[in-house]
Structure formats: C-alpha cells, structure tokens
Design a protein around this ligand. Sequence first.
Ligand SMILES: NC(=O)c1ccc[n+]([C@@H]2O[C@H](COP(=O)([O-])OP(=O)(O)OC[C@H]3O[C@@H](n4cnc5c(N)ncnc54)[C@H](OP(=O)(O)O)[C@@H]3O)[C@@H](O)[C@H]2O)c1
Length: 329
Amino acid sequence: MNYLADSNRYAEMMYRRCGKSGLKLPAISLGLWHNFGRTDNLKTCRDILTCAFDNGITYFDLANNYGPPPGSAEENFGKMVSDNFKAYRDELVIATKAGYTMWNGPYGDWGSKKYLVSSLDQSLKRMKLDYVDIFYHHRPDLETPLEETMSALDLIVRQGKALYVGLSNYKTTEGVKAMTLLHRLGTPCIIHQPKYSMFERWVEDGLLELLAKEDVGCIPFSPLAQGMLTDRYLNGIPEDSRVAKGVGFLTPDHLTPDRIDTIEKLNHLAIERRQKLSQMALSWILKDRRIPSVLIGASRTQQVLDAVHCLDNMDFTSDELNKIESILK
Ligand SMILES: NC(=O)c1ccc[n+]([C@@H]2O[C@H](COP(=O)([O-])OP(=O)(O)OC[C@H]3O[C@@H](n4cnc5c(N)ncnc54)[C@H](OP(=O)(O)O)[C@@H]3O)[C@@H](O)[C@H]2O)c1
C-alpha cells in the first residue's frame, strides 16, 4: 500500500543529540514490544507507525523477542517497512536487541558472540533490512566474559550490520566496564536503555551521572510505567488494556488502592498544568538534558499524538516538582 508521509513531519518534533554521537533522536521514540505481534491487528500497527512518522518520530525500537510470538514484531515491522517506508529508510533510526531467550539450546540467549551475531542476522532477515541503526545488548550476562560480548558488538559494527551500539539494563558498575571496553575497541557505546519513570527511579542513583560523564545518551523505556502513569486505570481495568490482555508483566495486582490513589493525585496535578497525566509523566523525564529521548509504547494513534503533545508543556515550576515528589513519597 502506498504511503506518502506528511510533508510537515519535522515541524514540531524536538531532536536532541544522543550523547556526543552524531546521531540526533526525536524526543519521543516508539517501541514495538507490545501491540505489534502476530496476534495484533496489522492495520492498527500500520496506523500507529505512520502516525508516529508523520509527527516526526524517527526512532523505532525492536528486539529479537518482541511479539508474541518472539520475532513476530520484527516480521510485522519488516512487512510495513518494505510496503510503506521503503522510500524513507534513510529517515528512520531502527534499533533491535539481543540478550533474552530467543531460541532453544545453549546459543539462543545471553551474551556470547555466537548468539549475538546469529541473532542480529535473524533480525535483519525478519525485518528485510541490510543493517540496523542501533544494536543493543539487551541485558548483562554475568557468565560470558564482558570482553567477548563487547567485541561481538564491535564486530557487528565493523561488518556493517549496525551503525551504532548500545546497552540495555546494565547497572552502573557493569555499564562503566562495558563502556570502557567498547571505547578501547573503537566502537563507543552511544546509548543506554534503562527502565525509568516516576515510579521507577533507580537510574537516579548513579547511572545518569555515569552516562553524563561518559557522554552516552539515555533513552528510558516504560516511561508511563506500562500505562499506569496515564488515566487508563482510573475507572477500573478497560477490556482492551495491557492489564486486561494479560500478555505481559503488568498485572491487576500492580493496581493497588495506594497506587490508584497516587495516580489520581498525579492526574489532578497534570490537569492543573493543562496536560494529561501521560504527558506530564513524559515531560517530567525529558526535563533532564541527559535524556535525549523517551521510549513509549502505544496501542492506538491517539496515544502517539498525546505523547508528541507533551512537548507543548515541558517546563515545571519548583512548586510542581516538589508536589510530584511529595505525592510519590
Ligand atoms: N530494554 C528493555 O529491556 C525494554 C523493556 C521494556 C520495554 N522496552 C522498550 O520500551 C518501549 C515502551 O515500553 P512500554 O510499552 O512499557 O512503555 P509505556 O509508554 O510505559 O507504556 C505503553 C502503554 O501505556 C498505555 N498508554 C500509552 N499512552 C497512553 C495514553 N496517552 N493514555 C492512556 N494510556 C496510554 C498503553 O497501554 P494500553 O496497551 O493498555 O493501551 C501503552 O501500550 C517498548 O516498546 C520497548 O521498545 C525495552
């Protein structure tokens, strides 16, 4: 199907440099962890992707195991890229990862060179691409020598299969070792992908400082705590929500009365700021200049548009910031 991108797509989006690399990222990036698998509606997937690109979102985040079943998000994305985005390949930053279990046996998981190289070859086939823009090691592997994992990332770049490399879920001490090795190999880590939201603050305990010192960009994932930092669950659990679908890690027991109470208070504050809660949660992360982009998920186009419009109100007064902290206590 022919798709003609909006000619004004770069007008409103903010682009920020990722660490000290040459790569600029949109402040809002889109991930395909949920809602893009074989069980999802391909037309909705296509609508979400085209809406994102029409609004200046250029970074699309995948991993070998996204689905369900694992691999199917890459397959669907590959279909949509070859059907709709072929003319725009040079305007897209496409990322994938390997690190979690992808196939049976000793070579389908963790961080060996054998696994990482084979996995990226499979991802490229599924997505019908010659290269990805960013390849991440998805999680640290305490058994494989870090030297081997990092030299696999270096090899992949030298082979032309990825332009840049990144790390995900590495804690501060593991991260510094990995970044030093990559630096020595001549393939610097340009980006780190940790979980970070108002509800998940561990990166503030050293990782963000490290990334600033090493000039590595931070792209937080699940900035909306998988949907809890929105108005989605304020009146129960909608049938079409991530919690109700029961396909991931967000379960009804996350929605305790205390948590709902916190969400309600944050929602009121967002309304006072003339924003949706989802928008306030994204602006709150993006106020930190060490963070070039936040990585959202979406099950419909309106959620993409909501996210993009968080950029309309990025400033917080110190009173608002204090109120947020006291609500979160
Ligand atoms: N590196 C890693 O280990 C790792 C791990 C997890 C995720 N990630 C990456 O991060 C991306 C984002 O993760 P995530 O999907 O958990 O992010 P998220 O942005 O925290 O949650 C997305 C979900 O929030 C809900 N939502 C979004 N906007 C909304 C709005 N305006 N109003 C109401 N609800 C809204 C939707 O839930 P409904 O489906 O209920 O509508 C949506 O699916 C993933 O796709 C993946 O690329 C990486």
